[in-house]
Write a protein that binds this ligand. Sequence first.
Ligand code: HEM
Length: 362
Amino acid sequence: MDRSGAPAQCAQAVPPPSLPAVSRLLRSALIAALLAAVALAFAWVRGGLGRAEDSRPGDIVDTQQGGAEPRHAGVRRAHARGLCVSGRFLASGEAAALSSARVFAPGQSPLIGRLSVGGGDPAGPEATAGVRSLALAIAQADGQQWRMAMNTPPVLPVATPQAFHAQLRAMAPDPATGRPDPQRLAGFFAAHPESAAFRAWQAQYRASDSWATTRYHAANAFVLVDAEGRRQPVRWLLEPEQAGAPLPEGPHAADALSREFLERLARGPVRWTLRLQLAEPGDAVDDPSRPWPPSRRQVDAGVVELAAAHPGGGACDGLSFDPLVLPRGIRPSADPILHARRAAYAESLRRRAAEVRAGAGR
Ligand code: HEM
C-alpha cells in the first residue's frame, strides 16, 4: 500500500509519462481550463454563481424596497400589505411520531398570523396580487415558538439567494409602466431553466375568491426530528377547509381580500389542515425549485384555525415571521434560500422599526 492508499504494485506499474504524453496532458488540461472558464462565465450570467454582494441581506432588502431610499417607510419590505390575525393550532397527534416538538402532541397552541400579498406597497391591490401568503407564529406551552411564512407557489423559481436576488431585479417595476418589463422577465426565466416547475405551476394557477380558500406552501424543506433523533425531511402546506370559487372578474377594491376576510370571520372561524409531505431518499431536500413526487406520503398534523383579526396591525407589527425560529424537534434543511431569509427579515424589521420610531406612519 502506498501513502495514498493505492496498492503498491499498482503505483509501481504506472510508467513515468513520456514527453509527447506530457504535452498531450498539458493540452487536455488547457482545454479543461477553457471549458471551466466558459461554464463559470455562463453560471455568472445566469446568477448561479453570485458575486458576494448579490446575497448580502442589506442589498437584497434594498432591491425589495426599490433602491437605497425606501419607497414606503415604516412597513415590511416584502408583503407590506396584510391583515394581522390570531387563533390556534389544534394538533391531531399524527405527526408526534415524526417529531418531538410539543406542538404536534394532541392539544392546542395559540397563534398569531398574518395574511398578506406579495410586494412592497402597503396600499397595493390585494385580490389580483401574484402571490398570496399566510405567516404564523405558533406558541408552545414551554415558550418555544414555531414561525413560518408561506406563499401560494409550491416551489420557487430558483435555488440560491443570488438567483433569488436576480429574480427580484428582473421583477422590479419599469418606471415607465409601473409593471415588470415582460422582456426582462422572460430573459430571466430563459436563463434559469430550474424555474420550469414554478412556471408550470404559474401557468395553471387561478386566484380564488378569498384568502380563506387559498392553499399556502412552505416551499423550503425542514427536518423533523423524533425523540430518538431520527430525521425526516418534510415540506408542509396549508389546505383550506373552506370551499373556494375562482376570483370573480374585477374591478376589485384595493382592500377586497381584507374586507371579505373580516366579513367571513364575523360568521365564524376559518380553518386549514396543516399537511406534511414526507421526502424519500433522493428527493431534492435542499433545492426549493424542485418538486417532490405527489405520491409521497402525507401526514395531517392538525388544523390551523383563525378566529380574530387585528386590522390596525396588532402584535404583528413588531414581529418578523423568521422561518428559522423553530421549536426543538423541527430543524432547518440545508436549503441556502431558507438560511438567507433570517438576515433579510431581521434587516427589514430593523429598518421599519427605526422608521416608525422616527415618526413614519403617524
Ligand atoms: C432569500 C429569499 C427571501 C428573502 C430575501 C425574503 C425576504 C423577506 C422580507 C425582507 C420580508 C419582510 C420581513 C419583515 O419585515 O417582517 C419577507 C416577508 C415574507 N416572506 Fe420572504 N423572503 C424570501 C423567501 C421567501 C419564501 C421562500 C417564502 C415562502 C415560501 C416567503 C414568504 C414570506 C412571507 C409570507 C412574508 C410576510 C410575513 C409577514 O406577514 O410578516 N419568503 N420576506
